[in-house]
Ligand binder design. Structure first.
Ligand code: NAI
Length: 455
């Protein structure tokens, strides 16, 4: 039996960061990964989609460069090359994670781990017929794509007609048409890529809006932009069946059929705990998610759960922070997890980034708040770089405390600006104080300063 101080199950952002943190604190650590180090984020999620979307952006900029004085002929997109570049980027970054593990003396075990029970010395884990034991266990097994019970879906996935976000990142040839089931984050990012490179994209979404809990004006603007580019949206539409070359959905009590070359199913993700052996030590779950507290502890002392598997916020950056907090708890360093200022980004073109309360969520929570909204045309850099852009920035301010409780941005660089807004929320500084922050000029980020002065 191999002994460790900490066993981490899962090598995605939550798991590898936990292993790195624990390793650098001098603990003896093993991390188990059954697929590829880096997890979904690095291998088939965040990073690969960003390579796709950057190719789409370059393509689109070149196509529409005329008004900027840039003309080019015979512009084409070579999707196979986009995919091979993606693979190269993934290989480079996975190698970087491997290096980090080595530097921190973490043992990486490429096998599926199962928790088998506990002894006086700790929790036992089995992988490839070997036994391992550690007094602390960090579960970071992530999530898998939800597959709803839609008629024909299983067969569609088997035949390759239907893909999840995993398979679609490896197709070598562009389909002529694509139906995206689910207009959430994955659906919109994929729709953005495929539509930009010339695929006829139709999004079928069950709710009456896309982009889930995003600020409603952002959701509408984004949809408007994509509709103008030719994307078709069917909202309040429930997919009922998938055939060999079509899908059926119900809208306003009417059944509709769309013929398509390919289908992407992106209707959410669920925590991955199958075959993990949670029951052997009695870890408590609720609707499939491992229940954790502000220190990422489960109900079993010594067992922590970080990342998508606890279902709190299925984002890689939340997982990173949760991993820090869990390891800090293990080593006795004061820390706790806060979820109030977790930024979220949709990497469409334009990007959508937000942190904190939306106008709607503040209202639902009964917070007396005001909303101030300005178009990005107030930013000199934005106007210099974007023709007829309809980006905007919305701030939500608590009237009682005069503190910023939400920042929402739609436009270029939004993903890179939002961390500054997260810092504003995290530090809870009053608006008067925030007005003293000096922003570099000219930048799109200055819009936050501008809106603060309109607040
Ligand atoms: P999601 O929860 O964002 O969106 C799923 C959408 O599918 C919802 O709008 C839902 O109403 C709709 N839906 C559900 N069942 C449906 C049905 N039968 N027919 C039509 N529509 C249906 O989930 P998504 O996009 O799959 O992403 C999964 C997770 O991955 C999310 O938690 C997300 O935060 C994370 N992610 C984050 C990214 C980012 O931060 N940029 C990028 C990609 C994923």
């Amino acid at each position: 039996m191999k002994k460790y101080d900490v066993i981490v199950i899962g090598g995605g952002p939550g798991g590898y960061n936990a292993a790195e943190r624990a390793g650098e604190s001098g603990l003896k650590v093993a991390v188990f990964e059954k697929r590829a180090l880096g997890g979904v984020c690095l291998n088939e999620g965040c990073i690969p989609t960003k390579t796709f979307l950057n190719s789409a952006k370059i393509y689109s900029h070149t196509l529409h460069g005329d008004s900027f004085g840039v003309t080019a002929k015979d512009i084409t997109i070579d999707h196979a090359k986009v995919v091979s570049r993606k693979q190269k980027v993934v290989r480079t970054l996975v190698a970087g994670v491997k290096m980090k593990m080595k530097q921190n003396k973490v043992d990486v075990i490429s096998a599926s781990a199962e928790i088998t029970g506990r002894t006086d010395e700790g929790f036992t884990v089995k992988a490839d017929d070997e036994e391992y034991i550690a007094p602390k266990l960090i579960i970071a097994t992530g999530s898998v794509a939800s597959i709803p019970p839609i008629e024909g879906l299983k067969e569609g996935l088997e035949s390759g007609f239907v893909m999840t976000s995993r398979e679609i990142l490896d197709i070598k040839k562009l389909p002529e048409s694509l139906v995206v089931i689910g207009g959430g984050v994955i659906g919109l990012e994929m729709a953005c890529y495929f539509s930009t490179v010339g695929v006829k994209v139709t999004v079928v979404e069950m709710l009456d809006r896309v982009a889930g809990n995003t600020d409603i004006d952002m959701s509408r603007t984004l949809m408007d932009i994509y509709q103008k580019q030719g994307m078709i949206f069917h909202l309040s539409s429930a997919v009922t069946a998938i055939g060999k070359d079509s899908i059926k959905f119900i809208k306003d009590d009417k059944e509709n059929t769309i013929r398509t070359d390919a289908v992407l199913i992106s209707v959410g993700r669920r925590p991955s705990t199958e075959g993990l052996g949670l029951e052997s030590i009695g870890v408590y779950t609720e609707r499939g998610s491992i229940v954790t507290d502000e220190y990422l502890r489960t109900n079993v002392p010594g067992v922590y759960a970080v990342g998508d598997v606890n279902g709190k916020s299925m984002l890689a950056h939340t997982a990173y922070r949760e991993a820090d907090v869990a390891v800090n708890h293990i080593i006795g360093k004061k820390d706790r997890m806060r979820y109030e200022a977790v930024p979220s980004v949709i990497y469409t073109n334009p990007e959508v980034a937000s942190v904190g309360e939306t106008e709607q969520s503040a209202r639902e929570k009964g917070i007396d708040a005001r909303t101030v909204n300005l178009p990005l045309s107030y930013s000199g850099r934005y106007v210099a770089e974007v023709d007829r852009g309809n980006g905007f920035c919305k701030l939500v301010i608590d009237n009682k405390t005069n503190r910023l409780i939400g920042v929402h941005l739609l436009g270029s660089y939004a993903s890179e600006i939002i961390y500054g807004a997260a810092l504003m929320l995290e530090t809870e500084l009053p608006v008067e104080q925030l007005k003293k922050v000096i922003f570099p000029h000219p930048t799109v980020s200055e819009i936050i300063r501008e809106v603060l002065f309109h607040a």
